[in-house]
Design a protein around this ligand. Structure first.
Ligand code: NAD
Length: 479
C-alpha cells in the first residue's frame, strides 16, 4: 500500500513525492511506501494546525478531554489490528505490542483526566487595590517527533497532553515505523476530532523534521529519539528560540548490592535488558555486581539469557528482530569491538543467520565481562541485547561507576538496606530511579532525563505543564 498523509482532517495522496519503502524487520517483506515529505508539505500541515488552534483552544478543556476518551475507546476496540501493525513494522513480540496499545490508551485517558487540573494563580500585589493573576495558555502548534521503538505509545504520550492543553498537533511518524501513526490518524478522524487538530506527516528527520523545527509558526517541539538528533534539533531550534522537550538516549546502570535479592534482580535484569530486543531508553545497559554476589548473579543471568527464545514476533517469541539492518549491524560491531578491546564473552550471541533466520535482522543475547568502565560498550548506548557485567567492592564505588556517564535517564539499584537506598537516591545523577524493580514508568509519574538524556520530561502533571505558556496580568482596580 502507498500511504497518504493526514492533514486538515483529510488524506492527501503524495504520489508525486519520492517514496520511502517500509519493510518488516522479521522477514524483510514489503509493507508499503510512505511519502518523503518536503518543506512544502510541512507548511501545508502547519497552516492547517495553526488555523484550527484558536477554535480548539476555545472549547472547554473537558470537551477536548471527551474527544481523547473517544479516541482511547477506538484504540482499545482496535487493539488486535494495531498490535499486529506494530509487530509487522517494528518487530516486537505480539504480547509486547498489545502492551504498547494498552500504554497508548493509558496515555490518552490520563491526559483526559488532567483536563480539570488546569489552574492559574492569584498573587498578592505590593500595591493597594491590585492583584497579580497568572494563567496558563496553550503554546499553539506542537510538533511531535517520535522514535521507532514505541511509535504508537510515544505519539499518544505527546498528543494527549498537547491536545488537552488546547494545542494542535503535527506528528512526524518515523520513517522506519510510520504505519501505526497513520492508523492512529484514521481513528482520530473516526473519533470526530476537528480537522487540523491532529495531523500526520511522513518522511525523514533531517528534511521534514528539520522543516517542522525551523518553521516560524510551530511553537513547541516535543521529541523522543537519539541524543545525536536531539543536539541537531536543539541547534535548529535556536534560531527561533523554540520551546523544546527532548527525551533522548540512555545508558542505565543496574547495580546489585551484596544484600540485594539475587533471584529477583536476575529476573528484572532479564526483562530490563531483553524486552523489545533491548530497544528501550530505560534498558539495563551496564550491570554492576557486588563482588560477594557476582558469581551467583552471573551464573543465573547467563542461564536466563540462554533461555531467551529468539524468533517470529507474531508467534510471541521472547525476542523479535532488531528494527533494521543498520541497527543490527551497529550492535554486532559494538560487540566485536568490545571483545577486541578486552571484554570477555561469557555468552557470544550477536548476528543470527542460520535456518529460520535467512531473512530479517536477528540477534541473540550477548553477555560480556568488562573491567574498563570507560570502554565504549560501557559508555555508548547499545540499544540491543548485549549485557556488559562489571564487578565492584562497595556502594561508593558502584555509585561512582554509575555516574561516570554523559547520559542521565534511568538507573537501578538492588539492596535491602534503607540507608543505602537513601545514599543512592541522593547521589545518582539520573532523572528516573528503579529501586528493587524492573523498568516501566507509570502515566502519573514524570519521565525525565538529565545530561545528554534530554531536557524537560513527560507524563503526569509535570509533563502536562510543558504544553502551556504562562501569562501574568497586573490588575489595578483603584481607578
Ligand atoms: P532518531 O533520533 O533517529 O529520531 C527521532 C525523531 O527525530 C524522528 O521523528 C526523526 O524524524 C526526528 N529527527 C531526526 N533527526 C532530526 C533532525 N535533524 N531534525 C529534526 N528532526 C529529526 O531516534 P530513533 O533512532 O528513532 O530512536 C532511538 C533513540 O530514541 C534511542 O537513543 C533511545 O534511547 C531514544 N528513546 C528515548 C526515550 C526517552 O523517553 N528518553 C524513549 C524512547 C526512545
Amino acid at each position: 500500500m502507498d500511504y497518504a498523509i493526514f492533514v486538515n482532517g483529510d488524506w492527501h495522496d503524495m504520489s508525486a513525492r519520492d517514496r520511502i519503502a517500509v519493510t518488516n524487520p522479521a522477514d524483510e517483506s514489503h509493507l508499503g511506501t510512505i511519502a518523503d515529505c518536503t518543506a512544502d508539505d510541512v507548511d501545508m500541515a502547519v497552516q492547517a494546525a495553526a488555523a484550527a488552534q484558536p477554535a480548539w483552544a476555545a472549547l472547554p478543556a473537558i470537551a477536548r478531554a471527551d474527544a481523547l476518551r473517544k479516541l482511547a475507546a477506538l484504540v482499545t476496540e482496535r487493539t488486535d489490528h494495531l498490535a499486529r501493525t506494530l509487530v509487522r513494522e517494528q518487530g516486537k513480540p505480539l504480547d509486547q505490542a498489545i502492551g504498547e496499545v494498552g500504554a497508548t490508551v493509558n496515555f490518552l485517558t490520563h491526559a483526559a483526566e488532567n483536563a480539570r487540573r488546569i489552574t492559574g494563580e492569584i498573587i498578592a500585589s505590593d500595591n493597594p487595590q491590585e492583584e497579580i493573576l497568572i494563567r496558563r495558555q496553550p503554546r499553539g502548534v506542537v510538533v511531535g517527533l517520535t522514535a521507532w521503538n514505541y511509535p504508537l505509545a510515544l505519539a499518544a504520550r505527546k498528543m494527549g497532553p498537547a491536545l488537552v492543553a488546547g494545542n494542535t498537533f503535527i506528528l512526524l511518524s518515523h520513517e522506519i515505523t510510520p504505519i501505526s501513526g497513520l492508523e492512529l490518524a484514521r481513528l482520530v478522524k473516526e473519533a470526530g476530532i476537528p480537522a487540523g487538530v491532529f495531523n500526520v506527516l511522513t518522511g525523514r528527520g533531517p528534511v521534514a523534521g528539520a522543516a517542522l523545527v525551523s518553521h516560524p509558526q510551530t511553537d513547541m517541539i516535543s521529541m523522543t529519539g537519539s541524543s545525536r538528533a536531539g543536539v541537531e534539533i536543539y541547534r535548529t531550534a535556536a534560531d527561533r528560540l523554540k520551546f523544546l522537550s527532548l527525551e533522548l538516549g540512555g545508558k542505565a546502570p543496574f547495580i546489585v548490592m551484596d544484600d540485594g535479592d539475587v533471584d529477583k534482580a536476575v529476573a528484572a535484569a532479564t526483562v530490563a535488558r531483553y524486552t523489545n530486543c533491548g530497544q528501550i531508553c530505560t534498558c539495563a545497559e551496564r550491570i554492576y555486581l557486588h563482588r560477594a554476589i557476582a558469581d551467583e548473579f552471573t551464573e543465573k543471568f547467563l542461564a536466563a539469557s540462554r533461555k531467551i527464545q529468539v524468533g517470529d514476533p507474531m508467534a510471541n517469541s521472547d525476542m523479535g528482530p532488531k528494527v533494521s539492518g543498520p541497527e543490527a549491524q551497529k550492535v554486532e560491531s559494538m560487540i566485536a569491538a568490545a571483545i577486541k578491546d578486552g571484554a570477555e564473552p561469557l555468552l557470544r550471541g550477536g548476528a543470527l543467520t542460520g535456518e529460520g533466520f535467512e531473512k530479517g535482522h536477528w540477534l541473540s543475547p550477548t553477555v560480556l565481562e568488562v573491567t574498563d568502565n570507560m570502554a565504549p560498550i560501557m559508555q555508548q548506548e547499545v540499544f540491543g541485547p548485549v549485557a556488559p557485567l562489571m564487578r565492584f567492592d562497595d556502594l561508593e564505588s558502584a555509585l561512582t561507576l554509575a555516574n561516570q556517564s554523559d547520559f542521565g535517564l534511568s538507573a537501578y539499584i538492588w539492596t535491602a538496606d534503607m540507608r543505602r537506598i537513601q545514599v543512592a537516591r541522593h547521589q545518582l545523577q539520573f532523572g528516573e530511579l528503579y529501586i528493587n524493580r524492573a523498568n516501566g514508568e507509570q502515566v502519573q509519574g514524570y519521565h525525565t532525563g538529565w545530561g545528554m538524556s534530554g531536557t524537560g520530561g513527560e507524563d503526569g502533571i509535570h509533563g502536562f505543564e510543558a504544553y502551556f505558556k504562562k501569562q501574568t496580568t497586573y490588575l489595578d482596580w483603584s481607578a
